[in-house]
Design a binder for this molecule. Structure first.
Ligand code: HEC
Length: 137
């Protein structure tokens, strides 16, 4: 019995000792120092960007007619983004059927057919497509 008590008191002591050891770091004034978050050098990537690319290549089927650098059926993404940037226009609005054609009015009918897809998207999805396209300029 005596040994058991002794063991318990030793254990208790050990416990107190270790919990004291876990003292938080303090600054020169004794104030607790918050753990510093690791400084990240990575630039934060807009979460909409990845989503936009996914929609562009997937559900939107935009890749069928738009490639980043070359004109296929439709103008290249970079050509579109450049003009939209210059004019301060919004792709998200265009693909929602608002706004006018700024790039190639003669081919507008072909593009217009896709509004069925883009108008059924959420505003966030249209914005994601815009973020993706504008990132390629
Ligand atoms: C069937 C081919 C085709 C598909 C698919 C297509 N486009 Fe187009 N797109 C065109 C053509 C052709 C034009 C040029 C006509 C024009 O500028 O309006 C164009 C033009 C555009 C423009 C510039 C509009 C302007 O102001 O002149 C944007 C922005 C655009 N497309 C976005 C998209 C997005 C986003 C998708 C996918 C949801 C998509 N397109 C799918 C053919 C297509």
């Amino acid at each position: 019995m005596k040994i058991l008590l002794k063991t318990i008191s030793v254990l208790t002591f050990a416990l107190i000792a270790t919990s004291c050891g876990e003292k938080k770091e303090t600054d020169a004034y004794g104030n607790p120092v918050e753990e510093k978050k690791e400084a990240t050098t990575e630039t934060t990537v807009d979460p909409l960007l990845a989503k936009g690319q996914e929609l562009f290549e997937g559900k939107g089927t935009c890749t069928a007619c738009h490639k980043p650098d070359v004109k296929v059926v439709g103008p290249s993404i970079k050509d579109i983004a450049k003009i939209y940037k210059e004019k301060g226009a919004s792709i998200a609005s265009f693909i929602n059927g608002e706004g006018e054609t700024l790039v190639d009015a003669s081919q507008y009918e072909i593009m217009k057919a896709n509004f069925v897809i883009t108008k059924a998207m959420t505003p966030e999805e249209r914005k994601a497509l815009e973020v993706y396209m504008m990132s390629l300029e």
